[in-house]
Write a protein that binds this ligand. Structure first.
Ligand SMILES: *Cc1c(COP(=O)(O)O)cnc(C)c1O
Length: 373
């Protein structure tokens, strides 16, 4: 068997939607862009959605729209994909890491206040693996210290915290649509916000800083080409039409893995917080402390050799080579993040995975971890 870690689900209808755009002259800034943005805004329950060419671009535009820059600090998590922190560096601000909660794997809210200084401008929290962060507490802290609150919901389309959709918390949030996310546009991302200024500035900056309604070659501010094509948006629209089905199918797969793994005493299956609804992005188990990072890596290799796509979600951001070089971080700086990340294994997880494939994964997984214990 050869089972990938992730795989987009593409239907005949998805393909037709893309072909239909190719029969029109509007390949960019056309009707599919607006339609896609409308669907995302409605689904998330926010006033504005601004679609761009990646989740990273979306994060960058939020940081810029909020005027976060040189000399500012942004409190965030080291247990994430690199761009939730890089977007802060893009603008010359400094990411200040706070270690995670060992259960939810999201930023440890009780440790945030001690990291706040007079230079702190914002909190940027991530809904890791599709599990919403503690938005109630985060909103409290942001409002008490007068900080912007940014939601990296790139992995959490469809998740909820206390009945509200992920992406709708704080000043602005993002979703991302790379092919391993809940829905895909090939490449793409979107800013979701109730803040009119963030929406207007993001729209302008994604399109070279043009003003609204301005002539094509009039530029009001520094901007970028972060546009997403209507071809990508058509795929996004088609995928959004079955978002509920996708979210529940993924929950079903996670539940099925939980069942199949329940008697494996050497691991911990993913914990879900009681205050939210998870929208499953990946299925990540944790080996217990009798395993070292080296053993985990050997297990990953062995699983790959058996045709099982797997990965070590995530490598801590502060230990990435250029973060170490630039900020002097070293192992031991964020022990919970490091401990967790040295024992994670993401198993194959995608809408169309079959029961037979999951049995193959779990069967080999059990065999391999017992061999290398
Ligand atoms: C995927 C992801 C992003 C970035 O999205 P891209 O579209 O790949 O740029 C940002 N943050 C997190 C947590 C992600 O998982």
């Amino acid at each position: 068997m050869d089972i990938p870690l992730a795989k987009p689900q593409l239907t005949e209808k998805d393909r037709q939607a893309v072909l239909d755009v190719l029969n029109t002259p509007k390949l960019s800034l056309g009707p599919k862009l607006e339609e896609f943005e409308g669907l995302i805004a409605d689904y998330t329950g926010v006033n504005h959605a601004v679609a761009v060419n990646s989740g990273t671009s979306a994060l960058h535009l939020i940081i810029r729209s909020l005027g976060i820059g040189e000399g500012d600090e942004v409190i965030t998590t080291p247990f994430s994909f690199i761009s939730s922190s890089n977007c802060i560096l893009f603008e010359g601000a400094v990411p200040v890491f706070v270690d995670i909660d060992p259960d939810t794997l999201n930023i440890g809210v009780e440790k945030i206040e001690e990291a706040i200084t007079e230079n702190t401008k914002a909190l940027l929290a991530v809904d890791v693996f599709g599990q919403p962060a503690e938005w109630g507490k985060l909103e409290e802290i942001a409002s008490e210290y007068n900080l912007y609150l940014i939601e990296d919901s790139a992995e959490a389309l469809g998740a909820e915290f206390q009945g509200k959709k992920a992406g709708s918390f704080g000043d602005a949030g993002v979703f991302a649509f790379y092919p391993n996310k809940q829905i895909t546009t090939g490449e793409g991302g979107v800013i979701v916000t109730n803040n009119d200024d963030v929406a207007t500035l993001s729209r302008s900056m994604r399109n070279q800083g043009r003003g609204e309604g301005d002539k094509w070659l009039q530029h009001e501010r520094l901007g970028y080409n972060y546009r997403i094509s209507d071809i990508n948006c058509a795929l996004g629209i088609s995928q959004m039409e079955r978002i509920d089905e996708i979210v529940s199918r993924r929950a079903e797969i996670a539940e099925s893995y939980n069942q199949k793994l329940q008697n494996v005493s050497e691991i911990q299956t993913p914990l879900v917080s009681p205050s939210g609804k998870t929208s499953w992005f990946v299925y990540v188990i944790r080996l217990d402390d009798q395993f070292t990072r080296e053993t985990r890596d050997t297990i990953l290799e062995e699983l790959s050799q058996r045709g099982i796509g797997c990965s070590n979600y995530f490598t801590p951001i502060h230990l990435q080579p250029f973060y170490r070089k630039r900020f002097g971080y070293k192992p031991g700086d964020f022990p919970i993040t490091e401990g967790v990340s040295s024992r994670t294994i993401a198993l194959p997880f995608f809408n169309e995975i079959t029961e037979e494939e999951m049995d193959y994964v779990v069967g080999h997984f059990k065999e391999v971890i017992r061999e290398f214990k």
